[in-house]
Design a protein around this ligand. Sequence first.
Ligand code: HEC
Length: 149
Amino acid sequence: MSRRVIAIALICFSATALALPPTAKDNRIAIQVSASERNQVLYEMREYLHSLFNIHNALANKDMKAVGVSTRPMTGLLENLPAGISAKAPEAFTQLAIGMNEILTVMARDAETKGDMSLTQSQMAELMTYCSGCHDTFRFDLRANRPQK
Ligand code: HEC
């Protein structure tokens, strides 16, 4: 399945099957993690926001080389996942991580070689479908029966 098809399917899925009124219970699929695994991934997630800030600033300055440089640190989610998470994460979670990595790699390369702001912006829109697709579908749940680090 192509990356784009997966992304669109996830958006449709999350908008219909999983969309909840704000106060309803959390129906997302829970992935059991230890406290340290969770902290490690959430740290990386927060770093994404810093990178997105840098990308937006670079776009505003029409500095496409800086767009590329700011995008690269966001690549490698799958490789950076703690082994305990990558071993047990559902296939759809892994596919989202792979798909996000692909669009980031293309986005960084195109920014540097093509320097087309509008292309970068449409790639950022595609990138966001991975962020929200994964957040709408999965959540972390702290494993209860293990000592927490
Ligand atoms: C493959 C899955 C996946 C992708 C892709 C993903 N995230 Fe996450 N992210 C998660 C999970 C799981 C959580 C924890 C959610 C929970 O437990 O409620 C999370 C949490 C976060 C948090 C909260 C951090 C904290 O300290 O609480 C931020 C911010 C975040 N993600 C940003 C992003 C952004 C921005 C993107 C896209 C550029 C992104 N994420 C892509 C899985 C993903």
